[in-house]
Structure formats: structure tokens, C-alpha cells
Design a protein around this ligand. Structure first.
Ligand SMILES: [Zn+2]
Length: 534
């Protein structure tokens, strides 16, 4: 039986503690987790052992640990694994309002990496300082964003960089790495990343590589041009001389479904010739980004909002844009049907959150044809824009990518304000969904594989040698969960639901989550990348 913490009067707690904590001696361990199945992150089959923590470190793992401890957790029937490491998050959305990042920690996540898709704080140092001052529950690290750097040096415009500008941008990558970045991210799908020639990205990637970082990319095209985009990502790793990662790998658009067989082959061929190329993925058949990025051509987005509005007010241009938007609804992120586009958040009209583009089109008095839906999408942009969810991914591609040994898990999520808007459920469910749906229910991958893809593999990828594996001497980031019940509850219709089945989460040796609640501890640390560490 589990007793909710709040139900125990504090006097009783004090008495209980007095029994287990003899005041005459200091217990050798702060915490012992007993009788769990250890899934250590390496991918090895589970084994039964007790695990002891002292300070922020795993002090001992042994078949039986009887030494007294300040706190003992009975994990019989449960899995004890490394805390999960998420290499792709947009957690800076709201982390200062919700510093517990509860949606993540409740899934067993203990480390969040920010700055993906080419977009990061810049400079990164003040952001990291603010995080430290705030005190957050999970550990936190950053990539420095190529898009943010280009935007600062050149602006959101479609032109080549001058040699001077390239030098400036290389300097900003260098500074980012010195300040603690783990590498360079890009979002070549977005403005201004989309205006960047491959050779320019390579010049920046070289700096990150020389300083021990990786390259991680939201690729230029995840739909019709997916194969060329994977080739480009590999080329940047190969010529830039650094590990390269296809992030949130997916195949967008019905016409392109099935191409994961070829993309995975490209990654395998690259690896066979010595290019250190890997993949991450979230376990959903819908993506999420802004309506304008998803449903407008990049050329129409050049120059920022004023320029975009000017184009939408020019009849001939608007016609051209709308034609392209119709195509994107039919063939790409629109998933072939206006109702495969769902609004997540519109600042200017919160009541639109959760509605489908077809519905909104109807509500405007129009037949929900693709053309009218395209007109509605542009109307939404004119009103102030929205973020959306795009149901345009095939389950077979998802599973094929998930099974691949070069694939790890990353949520691409954020820290939502509970109950606000209608965000993609990946923020609440990614890790629990892999364990519940893809391990237990569908048996797509094994439990050990899944844990590996969520801990040791991402840790190794960014050079976190002291986390991601359960081993004596490493940092005590630990998740305890019930493999029989762990599951995600967040859906596209009702996203604000925490995952279930995780019973304890320990971060740097401290309990951050237990008995269904976040604790008062905020044990997260700022993690610094290779150039700042050495
Ligand atoms: Zn992305």
C-alpha cells in the first residue's frame, strides 16, 4: 500500500525517521533502493540488486546491501534505471514558470538538453546563470543554434554570408562552446537556417567539432527531399569532422511514407565508412511547429513578420503563397486533409486551441476544401499566427526508425503550463509511451533497448561520461518505475495529463519525485559541454 505523503502527520514522520536514523551514528548511505530489477542503461539484460546512494553519487550496487541508510526504498517488482536524458527539448518555454519541469520528471527524465533546431539563447551564459539562480529540478544543458547565430549576424534574409560574416559566426560558435554548449544545432527547415548553404554550415560545424561538440539537425526537408536532407546531414558531419545527428527523424507526407527504409540505409552506409551519424526520434505520428513554418513556403517568410504581412497583402503574391500552402496541406505537413492540422495555441484567440483546420475553415463560413483551408491557414497567420500539430507521419516508419540501433529517444517537447493551450502530447508522454506502448504492448523494442536509447546512448553521444549508466561512482540520476503499468496518458485531444507508472525519480542523489508528487528539492545542475569542462 502506498500512503500519500501529505496524509502522514509530520510528528509521525519524525518518529518513523527516528527509528531508521540512529542519531548516534551517521548512516553510511543516504539512500538504498532495494530489490529492484536493475536495467543499467548499457542494453544488458536486467539483473536484481540493491543500489546505494551517498551524496550525489551511486556508492554501491550489490546483490544485498544491509548497511543502514537514511532512507530505504523498496523497489521489488520495479525497474531501477538511469534517469532519462532528452537531447531535444524546447524546455526554455516556461522553465522559469515551472522550474520543476514536472511533465518531464514524472516520466523519469533527469536531464534536458535545450537549443535544438538551430535556435538557442545567445549568448548562452546569461541563460545558464538565470537557470542556476532559479534552481530547477532536472539537469540542464545547451546546444548553440546556427539559426540564432545567423539571425544575429545577417538577419532573416536569403543571401550568402560574406567571408567576414562567416568569421563572425564562427566566433559566436566558439564563444558558445566556451560558455558550455555541447555542440551546434541547426534548423535548416526554418528561417533563417533554410537560407544557409551547406558549405557555410560546415564552416561553423568545424569549430564545434574542434572543441569536442556534435552537430544535431532539424533537417532542411523531412518530406519530399528527405533523402537529400539525410545526405546533407551526413556530409556536414563528414566534412565538419564531428559526430552528426538527424534529430526527431520522421517521414512527413503520405507520398513519402516508407522512405525510412532508405534513410536508415544512408545512415548505415555512412557509419560503415566511419561517419559517426546517429538519430533521435519521438514516438508519435504527428509533429508540431508554427502554422507558418509548416504551411507556408520559406521564400514567403523571408525578412520577418512585416515582410510576410506585406506579401500577404499583395494579391498576386498571396495567390502564389496560397497555391503553395494548398500543396503543403496535400503533400506535406497537412497530411492530405485539413483536419490533419490541429491548432495548438493561438495567442490572440486561446479558444482556437485544439481545433482542426477544417473546423476553423467551416466556422469562417467556408466549405472545408483544401483551397479554403489554405486560405484559413494564411488568415491565421495574418491574425497573429498559431502553433499547430500536424498528423502526417506513418506508424510503420515510426517503428522502423525506433527499432534501428542508431536511434535514441528525444521528445522535442517543452515545459507546458498545466492546462494551458493544447500542446503536442510529447511533452507529457514521450518516455512513458516508449516504455508502455512500444515495449510492453507492441514489443517493438525490448525494455533494455528502450532504456539504453533514453539514457546511456544520449549520454555517450554528448560526452556525459558520469551519467546515463547505473554504475558505482557515477552520478545518482535514477528512475524507478513499474514496467507493467508505466504509460503515457496525454493525447492529442487531452494533452494535459501526466504519465503514470514512475514511482521515484532521483536527481543528483536527491528525490525529486515520489508518491505521485514532486518534492520540494530542485536538485538539477547546469551541465557544461566539453570546451567549458576541460
Ligand atoms: Zn525541430
Amino acid at each position: 500500500m502506498r500512503i500519500p505523503h501529505a496524509a502522514i502527520p509530520s510528528a509521525v514522520v519524525a518518529t518513523l525517521l527516528a527509528f531508521v536514523t540512529p542519531s548516534a551514528q551517521t548512516p553510511p548511505f543516504d539512500l538504498v533502493i532495494r530489490s529492484g530489477r536493475i536495467v543499467d542503461g548499457t542494453g544488458s539484460p536486467w539483473y536484481r540488486a540493491d543500489l546505494a546512494v551517498r551524496g550525489d553519487t551511486i556508492a554501491r550496487i550489490a546483490p544485498r546491501i544491509d548497511a543502514p541508510a537514511a532512507r530505504v526504498i523498496d523497489a521489488a517488482g520495479q525497474v531501477v534505471s538511469p534517469g532519462f536524458i532528452d537531447l531535444h527539448t524546447h524546455a526554455r518555454r516556461n522553465i522559469f514558470q515551472v522550474p520543476t519541469a514536472e511533465n518531464y520528471v514524472r516520466q523519469g527524465v533527469t536531464t534536458l538538453m535545450e537549443g535544438p533546431d538551430g535556435s538557442s539563447p545567445l549568448p548562452i551564459k546569461p541563460f545558464l546563470e538565470r537557470l542556476t539562480a532559479t534552481g530547477v529540478s532536472p539537469n540542464f544543458g545547451l546546444f548553440v543554434g546556427q539559426g540564432t547565430i545567423r539571425d544575429q549576424v545577417i538577419g532573416p534574409v536569403n543571401r550568402k554570408a560574406t567571408p567576414d560574416e562567416i568569421e563572425k559566426m564562427r566566433g559566436l560558435v566558439r564563444q558558445g562552446m566556451l560558455d558550455g554548449a555541447f555542440g551546434l544545432s541547426s534548423g535548416l527547415f526554418y528561417v533563417p537556417g533554410t537560407f544557409t548553404p551547406t558549405a557555410e554550415v560546415i564552416e561553423l560545424a568545424k569549430i564545434a567539432g574542434q572543441m569536442g561538440g556534435i552537430y544535431i539537425s532539424h533537417m532542411r526537408d523531412e518530406a519530399g527531399g528527405i533523402l537529400d536532407s539525410v545526405r546533407e546531414t551526413i556530409e556536414i558531419g563528414e566534412k565538419g569532422g564531428l559526430p552528426t545527428q538527424v534529430t526527431h527523424h520522421k517521414i512527413v507526407g503520405r507520398k513519402n511514407w516508407g522512405k525510412s527504409a532508405e534513410t536508415l540505409k544512408l545512415v548505415e552506409e555512412a557509419r560503415a565508412r566511419g561517419v559517426d551519424a546517429t538519430i533521435d526520434q519521438y514516438p508519435y505520428t504527428a509533429s508540431s511547429t508554427s502554422i507558418q513554418a509548416a504551411l507556408m513556403p520559406a521564400w514567403a517568410l523571408e525578412g520577418g513578420r512585416d515582410e510576410v504581412m506585406k506579401r500577404l497583402r499583395t494579391a498576386t503574391m498571396k495567390t502564389e503563397i496560397q497555391k503553395e500552402t494548398s500543396r503543403l496541406i496535400l503533400e506535406e505537413r497537412g497530411g492530405g486533409d485539413p483536419n490533419n492540422v490541429q491548432l495548438a495555441r493561438c495567442e490572440w484567440d486561446p479558444s482556437l486551441a485544439g481545433k482542426r483546420l477544417g473546423e476553423v475553415t467551416k466556422a469562417r463560413g467556408l466549405e472545408p476544401t483544401v483551397e479554403n483551408a489554405a486560405a484559413t491557414a494564411l488568415w491565421l497567420v495574418e491574425q497573429g499566427g498559431c502553433s499547430g500539430i500536424f498528423h502526417a507521419i506513418d506508424e510503420q516508419d515510426l517503428q522502423r526508425i525506433l527499432r534501428h540501433p542508431a536511434t535514441m529517444i528525444g521528445s522535442d517537447g517543452e515545459v507546458p503550463i498545466f492546462g494551458e493551450a493544447s500542446p503536442h502530447p510529447r511533452s507529457y508522454g514521450t518516455f512513458a509511451r516508449v516504455l508502455g506502448r512500444y515495449v510492453r504492448e507492441l514489443k517493438t523494442i525490448t525494455l533494455e533497448d528502450a532504456v539504453h536509447k533514453m539514457s546511456a546512448f544520449p549520454a555517450q553521444r554528448i560526452g556525459l561520461a558520469d551519467r546515463g549508466v547505473l554504475r558505482e561512482g557515477l552520478k545518482a540520476d535514477i528512475a524507478v518505475f513499474d514496467p507493467g503499468t508505466v504509460r503515457d496518458l496525454a493525447t492529442f485531444e487531452r494533452p494535459h495529463q501526466y504519465a503514470e507508472g514512475v514511482s521515484y525519480v532521483i536527481i543528483n542523489g536527491q528525490l525529486a519525485f515520489e508518491s505521485g508528487k514532486m518534492t520540494a528539492a530542485r536538485p538539477g545542475r547546469i551541465l557544461l559541454g566539453p570546451a567549458a569542462r576541460h
